[in-house]
Design a binder for this molecule. Structure first.
Ligand SMILES: Nc1ncnc2c1ncn2[C@@H]1O[C@H](COP(=O)(O)OP(=O)(O)OP(=O)(O)O)[C@@H](O)[C@H]1O
Length: 618
């Protein structure tokens, strides 16, 4: 058994908790150590008391007996009420531990490359990392330390009286039991690791049956029965697997447990026959008897804590593995999330989106004036990309240029690779091969070929629906504008939205106003427009808009992107027609590029798609 790894895991969790809040960590450690040394003092007082009672005969003074009894009583009182701070410290540690481990994991996830976040293997690892409990690791480590010290004191005491036979017998039985229990704990935790993706699937089925997104189709197509059947089947399979492991490990434990009970029972009943026992005083005999019975119960608890430490260590290892994943430093989520917020009483507080937004924006007293937007140009050279879990490349050998101030459109059939290309261009994914070169006005390179901070903005088709106020929803695009109502309203108007009450709560799940699909899209567009970026991506930003609003949105697209470069991904070729240049993707290849007129003349893919769409309106 590699004890150093448990010690490392204990010290790591202690240092994280200590960093968050010192006092409960210290209180628990000090109290547990104090508790360790109360026990031998108690034993010594019992021995003294018994010896004094046995030696007493009238008319000798009773004072020494009363003194020993009083000390013993005082110790019992201390033992019972002196440790009140322990449960308080434990409650606090459990609270801050949960907050801190979740905060660390959330923040870490926000910094990982999107491909890692999306990979099923990483989802499993994150799930397991979420099972770690910093408090349990620390508490189990402290308890383990306490019972180990107490057992060592008891063993030393017994050895001092020459009782090496019971010490060797009990220790051997305990080590055997500890080994078997450790193995059982490890195999149960291994099963839990193996079942992680199944457990995710179980939660997915449960979420499908309870979340509103799927509610309509579940009712209409009556798929609730199928889903609940699958859920039940998977649940039962996992239970059966667990049952098999639990049963075999419980059976494995019977032998060593029986041995421990037999050895313990035999030693307790035969203590009088052990070498030197006949020469003991009554007090010494009581001391030894108590030490032996206490040692038996301490070893039992030591074995339990060691098994629990094994489980905690495995969860900790997953937590560490997740925390050690390589981050994508190109896109730092703003630093407010990193800083642990501290409330007025100095206690740790989780950084929820609302408080982060408020604290960050409150710290900005003066907003910088709106700088004139400068065009950004983009050049893609021989770009290739393949998703990690697929055989074929999704994008092959793409080369194109969008000069400064150019409004381009990207069109293509479903699955041709448009969204993948946008994710690569916005830095969400890393390219396999090729180059993306961003340049500022005058050809100045913006940040080693990566988009500079704030130089790009985007409206995605799967934009985020944030259940915060309208103001916060829009200002997330540029937090320095949080208190500039005119600019926020302007961004909303530019996006075609008529919503104007900036402080209204958005989202019916939290009692707020529920925007329609199109209204959500307008809010997301306003968010993107608020950032004065030189390059704006529009990934199907009008899919949820009615024809009239859509037409307005495209007019707006033209107006708000004036002077900027933009790339519009769309299936509406009537809108693509307005772009300065159109790029056509097919099966991950760039098959055509040019203006609408040029492409129509070519009578290729674009012209075929355009005529097909136009025929609907003919
Ligand atoms: N996370 C992923 N893992 C593996 N393959 C993916 C992933 N996301 C997309 N793909 C695949 O990549 C290809 C291109 O998908 P993409 O979403 O880029 O197409 P698109 O042109 O945006 O389609 P649409 O017009 O339907 O939105 C598709 O074959 C799709 O199945």
């Amino acid at each position: 058994m590699d004890i150093t790894k448990y010690i490392r895991c204990f010290l790591d969790s202690a240092s994280i908790l200590y960093r968050v809040e010192r006092s409960p960590v210290l209180v628990l450690a000090v109290m547990l150590l104090l508790g360790t040394f109360i026990m031998p003092v108690e034993l010594w007082l019992v021995k003294t008391l018994v010896d004094r009672v046995q030696a007493w005969a009238a008319p000798a003074p009773i004072g020494p007996i009363l003194a020993a009894a009083s000390w013993l009583a005082a110790l019992m009182i201390i033992n019972n009420i002196g440790f009140v701070p322990v449960p308080l410290a434990m409650t606090r540690l459990s609270e801050i531990g949960t907050l801190e481990e979740q905060r660390l994991l959330l923040y870490k996830t926000s910094k990982l490359p999107l491909t890692l976040v999306e990979a099923p293997r990483m989802k499993d690892l994150r799930e397991r990392a979420l099972q770690v409990s910093l408090f349990t690791v620390y508490d189990t480590g402290c308890q383990l330390l306490q019972v180990s010290l107490q057992s060592a004191v008891l063993i030393a005491l017994m050895l001092a009286y020459g009782q090496w036979i019971p010490v060797i017998a009990i220790s051997a039985a305990a080590l055997l039991q500890m080994y078997v229990m450790g193995k059982s704990a490890a195999s149960l935790e291994r099963l839990s690791r193996e079942q992680t993706s199944g457990s995710r699937l179980l939660r997915h089925y449960a979420a499908l049956m309870t979340k509103r997104e799927a509610a309509k189709e579940i009712r209409l197509f009556d798929i609730g029965t199928i889903l609940s059947g699958r859920w039940l089947e998977l649940y039962q399979r996992q239970s059966r697997e667990k049952w098999t492991i639990v049963r075999s490990s419980e059976l494995r434990k019977i032998g060593p447990e029986l041995l421990m009970v037999l050895v313990g029972g035999l030693l307790v009943s035969l203590l009088v026959l052990l070498p030197g026992a006949s020469k003991l005083t009554a007090g010494e005999f009581t001391l030894l008897f108590m030490a032996l019975t206490l040692l038996l119960s301490q070893l039992k608890s030591l074995i339990g804590h060691a098994a629990s430490m094994q489980t905690q260590y495995m969860r900790w290892a997953d937590f560490r593995a997740y925390m050690n994943l390589e981050e994508d430093h190109r896109f730092e989520i703003h630093h407010a999330l990193e800083a642990r917020n501290t409330d007025t009483s100095g206690k740790a507080e989780t950084a929820n989106i609302g408080t982060v937004i408020r604290k960050y924006s409150d710290s900005i007293t003066e907003s910088p004036p709106n700088e004139t937007v400068r065009g950004t140009s983009l050049e893609i050279r021989k770009l290739h990309y393949r998703y990690p879990n697929t055989e074929r490349e999704t994008l092959h050998d793409i080369s194109l240029t969008i000069p400064s101030g150019c409004r381009a459109a990207l069109v293509g059939e479903n699955g041709s690779g448009k969204s993948t290309l946008i994710k690569l261009l916005t830095g969400m994914y890393m390219l396999d091969r090729g180059e993306i070169v961003w340049s500022g006005e005058g050809g100045r390179s913006l940040k080693d070929g990566k988009p500079g901070e704030g130089s790009i903005s985007a409206v995605f088709q799967d934009f985020t629906r944030l259940f915060v106020t309208l103001r916060e929803n829009v200002a997330l695009g540029n937090l320095t504008e949080m208190h500039h109502d005119a600019r926020l309203r302007n961004a909303l108007r530019s996006a075609g939205s008529r919503l104007g009450d900036l402080d209204m709560q958005i989202g019916s799940p939290f009692g707020g106003m529920e925007p329609s699909g199109g209204q959500w899209q307008q809010i997301a567009t306003a968010r993107a427009l608020l950032r004065d970026a030189g390059f704006v991506f529009f990934d199907e930003p009008t899919a949820a808009l009615d024809p009239q609003t859509e037409k307005k949105a495209f007019d707006l697209f033209l107006r708000v992107t004036e002077g900027r470069s933009a790339l519009l991904v769309t299936h509406r070729l009537g809108a693509a027609k307005l772009a300065d240049v159109i790029f056509v993707l097919k099966h991950g290849r760039l098959v055509e590029q040019g203006t609408h007129q040029e492409l129509m003349k070519r009578k290729g893919e674009y012209s075929r798609m355009f005529q097909l769409q136009a025929s609907w309106y003919a």
